[in-house]
Design a protein around this ligand. Structure first.
Ligand SMILES: *Cc1c(COP(=O)(O)O)cnc(C)c1O
Length: 233
């Protein structure tokens, strides 16, 4: 039987090899363990194996898990990677360290307004609809520069970079194309005067392609925790 500890080691090894292939420093690629629909106990096990950053998609599920893991609060980092509705921004501003899925200025404004004064600024990424699928959330690339400039001025947020969930593709070449597009968008924003340091891209099936294109944070669920419960997103 493969344990979580072994799978964590395997994923770290994949990241290491991808960094070697790309001539990148392995320290420049963070691993976000996507624990959506996994029990708090799985998060605790991953933490015991040395994993500190966890990604969640559903706000209430994440809050419940954080409450169950309250003893680890200062020693873990929580990232919201799923869609965020206006009525949940306060809870998110109060409980999370990062939000990767900001796709509207209004959501960013609410998060900034609602971020408690005693906490450091909330780290945010703008989610970009890089594959142009009508059904997927994320900013269309042509709106990005304007929204990024506005978000960067919000006092209680720290705009860190960009996130995307490309359409699934087979093969390294095909997988690299959308990741390259996101990297070029980040480069463009930095040329316009922003100082963004985060490319949140790459999942279980395409992390090598993402690292090859400059990912600084891969978001890995299935390869770490195994298949999610049936019926789950
Ligand atoms: C579920 C999810 C992941 C992890 O996907 P896996 O294929 O299980 O690694 C990464 N990012 C987002 C936004 C997700 O919703």
């Amino acid at each position: 039987m493969t344990t979580l500890e072994q799978r964590l080691a395997e994923v770290r090894h994949r990241i290491l090899q991808a960094c070697e292939a790309a001539g990148r420093d392995p320290a420049s690629v963070g691993l976000l363990a996507v624990s959506k629909l996994q029990p708090a106990q799985a998060v605790r096990q991953a933490w015991q194996a040395g994993q500190l950053a966890f990604g969640e998609n559903y706000v209430q599920e994440a809050l419940d898990k954080m409450a169950e893991l309250a003893d680890l609060r200062g020693a873990t980092e929580w990232h919201l990677i799923g869609p965020l509705q206006s009525n949940k921004t306060r809870a998110v501003a109060e409980a999370f360290d990062w939000v990767h899925s900001v796709d509207r200025l209004k959501i960013a404004q609410r998060l900034s307004d609602q971020r408690p004064a005693q906490l450091p600024p909330l780290n945010v990424c703008l989610q970009v609809n890089i594959s142009g699928e009508a059904s997927k959330s994320g900013l269309p690339p042509h709106e990005l520069a304007q929204v990024a400039a506005a978000v960067a001025t919000l006092p209680r947020l720290r705009l860190r970079g960009l996130m995307s969930i490309p359409e699934p593709a087979q093969g390294l070449q095909a997988q690299q194309a959308p990741h390259r597009a996101l990297r070029l968008l980040l480069q463009d924003l930095n040329q316009r005067g922003l100082a963004l340091d985060t490319l949140s891209m790459g999942m279980s099936d395409d992390l090598e392609a993402a690292v090859a294109e400059g990912s600084t944070m891969v978001r890995v669920g299935t390869a770490l925790f195994g298949a999610r419960p049936p019926g789950a997103a």
